[in-house]
Ligand binder design. Structure first.
Ligand code: MRU
Length: 312
């Protein structure tokens, strides 16, 4: 199954807000429909957003306003703007050239995730590995296989995986809803933990490596990823556990010198004051809801891309 694809003149994607209850495909024919899908996280995860951005330019044609709206639909994952720019660079060559460029980005993502899986699995030593991860970095965050969870998948295929500890990832529960769903489909052993249990379980010695994805990697290696990543990096450093970022080259942003330049998406308060649709905080409660945090490069053991291993 592909998370996102171009099918008969439209963008088709899995509506991730409906998982794990039901697996429903959406068929989107306009940029506005795609922007709405991106903003409500029907499609999400940096590599998938890159493909969505590129395919969205095919929908936009030469409507520059629509392309600008698409490019700005979410600010932190640089892959979205990157995918839009890659496809839009071919606008002067006609619609077929734009489509070809977008499909190349889709195909490159499939190949990149396979390569990251191999390289990441090669980097880790030993068998019976216990991996901690946050958010969802599997096939649902890309096209077919994922980034950090792609490494987990390769480890599992090689018979080297003992267990995955998946953080639930409040407030939108990508870990609880999506990562567990993917791990179950893979047949990979896993346990779900609360976000705040992550650093404690690291301190108890039950984890061999933390593997995370990335939404944007600055030139100096500072990495923006799902909120909670920084706490895991601190816990991993204290516990002496390798903290490894797995992301395609397209997530490295040459225009961002360091983490303080990364725009962090603030999301709606309703995501925090409710749980599974039920209000849990008193009416009028004020909220801070950063969707991502930045892990400084000195806490990162290695960054694995489809081409190389970087040690920031
Ligand atoms: O808000 P989301 O669900 O789009 O956040 C996704 C993440 O933080 C992922 O870890 C990141 O995009 C890498 S996905 C391979």
């Amino acid at each position: 199954m592909r998370t996102i694809d171009w099918v008969d003149g439209a963008v088709e994607l899995v509506d991730q807000t409906r998982l794990p209850g039901e697996c429903v495909m959406l068929r989107l024919r306009t940029v506005d429909e795609l922007v709405e899908a991106i903003q409500r996280l029907a499609v999400r995860g940096a590599p998938a957003l890159g493909v969505a951005g590129a395919l969205g330019v095919v929908l936009a044609g030469d409507d520059r306003d629509a392309i600008a709206r698409l490019r700005a639909a979410r600010p932190t994952a640089v892959n979205l703007a990157w995918g839009v720019d890659q496809a839009a660079a071919h606008l002067g060559e006609g619609s077929q050239a734009v489509l070809r460029a977008a499909l190349r980005i889709r195909d490159d993502d499939i190949a990149a995730c396979l390569a990251m899986g191999e390289r990441g699995a090669d980097l880790l030593e030993g068998d019976g590995l216990r991996i901690m991860t946050v958010c969802n970095t599997g096939g649902l965050a890309a096209v077919e296989r994922g980034t950090a969870l792609g490494v987990v998948q390769t480890l599992h295929e090689r018979g080297r995986l003992a267990e995955v500890l998946a953080l639930e990832t409040r407030p939108l529960l990508q870990g609880a809803r999506l990562t567990t769903w993917e791990l179950a489909r893979m047949g990979a052993p896993h346990r779900l933990i609360t976000d705040s249990a992550g650093p404690y379980l690291l301190s108890r010695g039950g984890v061999d490596a933390v593997l995370i994805g990335a939404d944007r990697i600055a030139v100096n290696g500072d990495t923006a990823n799902k909120i909670g990543s920084y706490a895991l990096a601190l816990g991993a450093r204290r516990a002496g556990v390798p903290f490894i970022v797995v992301a395609p080259e397209s997530t490295i942003d040459p225009a961002t010198p360091s983490g303080e330049h990364i725009e962090i998406e603030d999301r709606a308060s309703g995501e925090v004051v409710t749980f599974a649709g039920v209000r849990v905080a008193p009416e009028g409660t004020q909220v801070a809801n950063p969707a991502f945090d930045v892990t400084p490069h000195d806490l990162i053991t290695a960054i694995v891309t489809e081409r190389r291993v970087i040690r920031p």
